[in-house]
Write a protein that binds this ligand. Sequence first.
Ligand code: PLP
Length: 404
Amino acid sequence: MKPLPKAEKLANVRYEVRGPVLDEAEKIAAAGHKILQLNTGNPAAFGFSAPQEILDIFAKESAKAQAYCPSKGVLEARRAVAAQMAKKGINGVTEDDVYIGNGASEMITICMQALLNPGDEMLIPAPDYPLWTAATNLAGGTAVHYMCDEQTNWSPDIADLRSKITPRSKAILVINPNNPTGALYSKEVLLEIAQIARENGLAIFADEIYDHLVMDGKEHTSIASLAPDVFCVTVNGLSKSHVICGYRVGWMAFSGDKTDAEGFIAGVNMLTSMRLCANVPAQKIIPAALNNFSETDAMIQPGGRVYEQRRTIVEAINSIPGLKTTMPDAAFYIFPRIDIKRFNISDDKQFVIDFLKAKHVLLVNGRGFNWPEPDHFRIVYLPPAHELATLSDKLGSFMADYRQ
Ligand code: PLP
């Protein structure tokens, strides 16, 4: 047989969340050790569960959902998403503007394929949820990262974003609330980003998959609601809001001025039809799910697991000499800073591998989120508080004598 090397188009495609460090963890697990897997935001793996009503609908509908459905998705599901968009203040979205996917991930890769020609630039935050950069590179585009600022609780640096716009820029991505920082963006910042898009004729992509996991009574604003004149693609799904990552339910909705987006939309229609349709039983739960956020609401209130675990992890990390984290507003991640001089760290991937080997905990290094320096890492704080306390003890004792 001819050799089968990896296709050249994958040369710049990286997804460290499930990358080589996970392979290392699997080897350690195969040798009989238990690994605390904190590489993905996968709530059901830590004992969270969706409302029973949603699980019942999925079970009931499965038997009736054997046929393909339209490529854009089941009509009731698309109508429910359109109604949800209206609730978020995004006007004019109809079921024709909504596409249901096998998770938000599928929508993201389809969009980047439909949008980008070689050399086209996508403005992506740093740090980012790395699928966006990977999907941009896979599509032949160029990811241009604008910085988010830890000093302002990881808000986008607007001057930096402006400075990165070129004639090849096509769109601005906003991940709000953010993975990996847990930041929630203010209305003022979103208005500024919308204005930059407007002035430069750019589309906006908004990944809002954590919009129902906002704590402390703060409110999430959809950027599309502030930019009714700009073509926006809002991406969301049930993986996080209903803790059903495994069901693979996500969607995107188009809003704003579509006049210049016809070619892109035709591309999306072609690519969605090529994969026939998304998982049908999972789509059937969307209407009920969008009327029932009871379990998530409970977990983010004082006394709720996510809320309390956030306090536990932030206090614990900030008590370890050489580590410091901001207090996240949303989601279930922190992105602590490491004093790299103190530990002589130049390779953050080596740092997470060393910690994995020593303490059997799997983390993801900051550069895995396209952060340019080796001075951060991400913790998923989904395990119960007692496990987080053990994790921080392990991290504290590891850091006490770690030098690279
Ligand atoms: N967008 C962000 C910001 C995420 O953090 C994730 C998953 O962690 C996704 C999208 C993917 O979601 P889905 O499970 O719907 O594919």
